[in-house]
Design a protein around this ligand. Structure first.
Ligand code: PMP
Length: 415
């Protein structure tokens, strides 16, 4: 008997499975509000104007690699320089440059944010820790990635309940369950901004309390920055959690490292090109750590996928390494965020859902409705409106042509 008989059917992906179902739906009014991909007001996934311009120049000019040769294992050297500059000079002007000068940042180009998380998990599980805390709720792939990459202990911290963030509960829970002297090192995933799926983030004051707690408990922060720019419309402003973590006047250092998993999928619209990075900030006064860590990252990448893809990172490098392009890119991000805000406001005006959830306080790509599975099933079955089963709705799927249809349906199923 073939051993393949023993391979069970895996459950469909919670988000992408719905997209498959959507494509088979024959209702002309169908609306896909599942995946976090930005669509413009015509319902199209279009390339950011600045990115398209950079692409054109690359393809016409000599800067385009005329061959499709391999990139180095840890990525393109020019992408590395421009991304490190963006993250540690532009986004963290007070503390970042010094870290770069002191050679305290190990870096690897990754397959977008997911790849950064996977490589980070591999390194941590091999050498540092197999325990990680993930917010409840979170992007479902966090748990998948960390379990798949060697973490035996994936725990949840209370983040949100019934329409509210509960930061006090979060802090109390960590203080009760993380003992810094018990010999186990605890990692913690922090959504840098635009928490997925709730769209609600702590205030600066709350972040300060959270980071103080994490630092005191000697935990290892893993900052997941997948939506930099989608909160305020300004990528630099949105790096506030990274800035707070690296504020030397507050935290001398993170003695067991700090991990930054970053993605240009959403803020540059490079989703399928898989352009992202992992930066590991190593503790001070350990002259070998940066290179040692980087050598291990290289080993991990070599055995996992050998080297990253080249095209998207060349486009990103072009945008990041030219001040005019960078400025124009920031404007593109602002335009995108303005449209998301308009849609949010338009829905709010139509729905006037006072009691439902504080969605006017939410930001980013999503509207977290709080709708339960039976309501979501009705929306899908009766109206062909697809949302993820946690009640998350991707705002950019809404435009002038379907906003009334979607809002009427939401009202009908909430009555
Ligand atoms: N983290 C979070 C919270 C996300 O929502 C996403 C994208 N859905 C990612 C990471 C990674 O996305 P990508 O691999 O496309 O950069």
């Amino acid at each position: 008997l073939s051993l393949f008989n023993k391979i069970p059917r895996a459950p469909p992906d919670k988000i992408l499975g719905l997209t498959e179902q959507f494509s088979k739906d024959t209702n002309n009014n169908k609306v896909n509000l599942t995946v976090g991909v930005y669509k413009d007001d015509k319902g199209l996934v279009s390339t950011f104007p600045t990115v398209a311009k950079a692409q054109k120049i690359l393809e016409q000019g000599e800067k385009m690699n005329s061959d499709f040769s391999y990139l180095p294992i840890i990525g393109s050297p020019s992408y590395r320089i421009s991304t490190l500059n963006f993250l540690f000079r532009d986004s963290c002007p007070e503390s970042g440059p010094k870290l770069l000068e002191q050679e305290r940042v190990s870096f690897v180009q990754t397959l977008s944010g997911t790849g950064a998380l996977a490589v980070a998990a591999d390194l941590l599980a091999q050498f540092v820790s197999r325990t990680v805390w993930v917010p409840r709720p979170s992007w479902p792939n966090h748990v998948n990635i960390f379990k798949r990459h060697g973490f035996s202990d994936v725990r949840e911290y209370p983040y949100y309940e019934d329409g509210k963030l509960d930061v006090d509960e979060w802090i109390t829970h960590l203080r009760k369950n993380v003992k810094k002297n018990e010999g186990v090192r605890h990692c913690i995933i922090l959504h840098a901004c635009c928490h997925n799926p709730t769209g609600l983030d702590p205030t600066m004051k709350q972040w300060q309390q959270i980071l103080d707690t994490i630092h005191e408990l000697e935990m290892i922060p893993i900052i997941d920055m997948a939506y930099q720019g989608l909160e305020s419309g300004n990528p630099v402003r949105d790096a506030y959690v990274l800035r707070m973590c690296l504020d030397k006047s507050r935290y001398e250092s993170w003695p067991h490292g700090l991990f930054l998993c970053q993605s240009f999928a959403k803020n540059m619209g490079l989703y399928g090109e898989r352009v992202g990075s992992l930066s590991v900030v190593v503790p001070p006064n350990q002259p070998d750590s940066k290179d040692n860590v980087e050598s291990q990252l290289k080993q991990i990448v070599r055995s996992m996928y050998s080297s990253p893809p080249g095209y998207g990172c060349r486009v990103a490098t072009m945008v990041l390494s030219n001040d005019n392009f960078k400025r124009d890119w920031y404007k593109n991000v602002e335009t995108m965020v303005q449209r998301l805000l308009n849609v949010r406001q338009g829905m709010y005006d139509r729905l006037g859902w006072k009691g439902l959830l504080n969605f006017e306080q939410q930001h980013g790509m999503f509207f977290y409705t709080g709708l339960k599975p039976h309501a979501l099933n009705r929306l899908r079955e009766e109206y062909s409106i697809y949302m993820t089963m946690d009640g998350r709705l991707s705002l950019s799927g809404i435009n002038d042509s379907n906003i009334d249809y979607v809002c009427d349906a939401l009202k009908a199923i909430s009555d």
